[in-house]
Design a protein around this ligand. Structure first.
Ligand code: T5A
Length: 212
């Protein structure tokens, strides 16, 4: 199988981290060696990007993080990850599995915060040109269900503390992206039990990979 960059997207508590193991298991089924699979997460995945992750998530009370600054921080972290980790692994023939990528920016900073799409596109082209994943797996969870799961996991970070309407707008943006990219995306109903979600994901991913 040729190298691929597969990204798992969705709201908090959608089960992206959990889905990653299922995605991996399907690639193994298709004959990919475990050593040829690379996991990454965003923001993060390089020493510098992990430092930026802490800045982004930190709910500090001495200064507000301006929306456009937040957007740029995500893109600095992403550029470091793409150029220093993702692209070299793709060139080496690996399957790269990402926990979030550019759809999160369009959904959260665009849909959620209201930063115009044109600004996001401009920044993306400056940062990583036309680099894009080969497949997006959208784990579609009701924001109320997802936030409840995230709360159950522990203290909420700066973004997780946003109100429900923020996540409703972010979900709408994700759904628009799915509509605009039918050939490059799979949507999984992430509201059900872990078993139900995992089985739908596996069926849909197998089907996609059969035609790659
Ligand atoms: N962000 C990120 C932006 O605003 N713009 C961007 O460009 C990018 C890249 C990242 C934050 O940054 C924002 C989005 C985020 O707010 P993060 O900690 O990486 O922060 O946040 P998440 O990726 O959302 O991590 P979560 O852990 O909240 O979500 P997951 O990975 O989707 O959920 P997961 O798998 O850890 O599951 C959460 C809990 O729910 C349970 C799990 O066991 C776990 O306890 N669960 C289920 N329980 C019942 N049934 C199911 N089907 C379940 N699925 C999971």
């Amino acid at each position: 199988m040729k190298s691929m960059f597969v990204v798992i997207e969705g709201l908090e508590g959608a089960g992206k981290t959990t889905a990653r193991e299922q995605v991996k298991s399907i690639f193994l089924e298709f004959g990919v060696e475990p050593s040829d699979i690379k996991d990454v997460r965003e923001p993060g995945g390089t020493p510098l990007s992990e430092t930026l992750r802490n800045i982004i998530k930190d709910d500090r009370d001495d200064e507000t993080l301006v929306d456009v600054s937040e957007l740029m921080l995500f893109y600095v972290a992403r550029t470091q990850l793409v150029v220093n980790v993702i692209q070299p692994h793709l060139r080496a023939g690996c399957i790269v599995i990402g926990d979030r990528h550019d759809w999160s920016t369009i959904a959260y900073q665009g849909g959620g915060r209201g930063v115009p799409k044109e600004k996001i596109s401009l920044l993306k082209s400056i940062a990583i040109d036309d680099f894009e994943p080969d497949l997006y797996i959208f784990m579609d969870v009701d924001p109320v269900v997802g936030l409840e799961r995230a709360r159950g996991r522990g203290a909420l970070d700066r973004i997780e503390k946003m109100d429900l309407s923020f996540f409703i707008r972010a979900r709408e943006s994700f759904l628009e992206l799915v509509k605009e990219n039918p050939r490059k995306s799979i949507t999984v109903d992430a509201n059900g039990s872990l078993d139900a979600v995992s089985s739908e994901l596996k069926i849909k991913l197998r089907e996609f990979l059969k035609h790659v």
